[in-house]
Design a binder for this molecule. Sequence first.
Ligand code: FEO
Length: 161
Amino acid sequence: MLNKELHEGINDQINKEMASAYLYLSMAAYLEGNNLSGSAHWMRKQAEEEMEHAMKMFDYMFDRGNQVTLLAIDAPPAEFSSPLDVFEQVLAHERKVTGLIHSLYALSIEHKDYAAQTFLQWFVNEQVEEERNADGIVQKLRMVGDKGHALLMIDRELGAR
Ligand code: FEO
């Protein structure tokens, strides 16, 4: 069984992962509404990944003999000022999530929970990839600025995810 702190921490993180899915789905809606269907597709996939992260944690809680208590999810923002604004917010959000995962990992070390460390290691590595992907898109969008043609090329690229 997970100790109380880790139990509550992972239970909270299930909520955070689902809130991330909700945020990314809202971003997908904004992008779709602005005729950037490739970017919207990328963001939808991202939302699906967040649900997979949540479900990995959900299952793990039961693997360890713990119960899950689902918490409320706040409404995400619906308006963004540009595609660059969207992806900058994704990057900032992922950095915040990395901090949360690291705190959980630190807890598992503190409590000498070796099994939880192995489980959380996957998320530590995943966050490296999440930040790198978001950062790569932010860099490209900054490069093209508001040049419509280049933006459409990036949109097509993101649609191939
Ligand atoms: Fe579940 Fe994007 O980290």
